[in-house]
Design a binder for this molecule. Sequence first.
Ligand code: ATP
Length: 255
Amino acid sequence: MLRIDHLYKSFGGISAVKDFNLHIKKGVIFSIIGPNGAGKTTLFNLITGLYSPDRGDIQLEGRDVTGLPPHLIAKMGISRTFQNIRLFENLTVLDNIRVGFHLKQNYRLSGVILNSKAYKKEEEEIKERTHYLLKGFKMEGYQDNLASSLPYGEQRKLEIIRALATNPKLLLLDEPGAGMNHKEQEEITNFIRWIRDEFELTILLIEHQMKVVMNISEKVIVMDFGETIAMGKPQEIQNNPRVIEAYLGGEECLK
Ligand code: ATP
């Protein structure tokens, strides 16, 4: 699904991502962990076209996406959420999701003005799919609320739903469990598993909450100073001395 070879990105003298390689098979949930400043978000920004790499290649299902603008990359099937939630705060939950569908809309402005059959049909489909997603995430009751009025955990879920509305093949989640209590983390873990199965997604996630990482990932990659220092199954990672050392707090941080 995703193939990254020899990726580099520097900011001035800082190598944020250095000779990074990653091959991910379809349908896998893959986590990226690492201390602050390890280069995780830079990697997401490179994959989604917010940054252009200095060197290296990124391929989605064999198609080169390296350095393409974000809207084209999204159209090709990569969608994401952000570490700091970025919703349209003054739009309703429903409209936030409908924005996500816009990327795949086929009707033209003339169709809207003339209230054409094609326009009405597509809008009806969007409505149905929006309700299906809201139901799947147990958020039907919120559809007319402003995004800014939602509890924190629901805002995180809404961001995931909006990303799903673009109909991605690969979904990048930047700290989906951040700021959540134990129960909310368990819930988001279940939702992530559900969307992977339901929409046949491949999921790459950055996460600091080790319970979420260990619970959900089939594979984990550990970054430090822009480089990969370990890769393997969650259990292997948890017991890797180099990984334990990279986390200043030692072993406790990985439990
Ligand atoms: P965190 O877990 O704290 O989010 P991270 O692993 O996501 O950290 P990045 O945000 O990718 O790390 O940052 C990697 C390095 O690149 C850091 O030294 C950071 O200061 C630097 N960096 C990231 N983006 C920029 C930028 N736009 N301009 C300059 N330096 C940047």
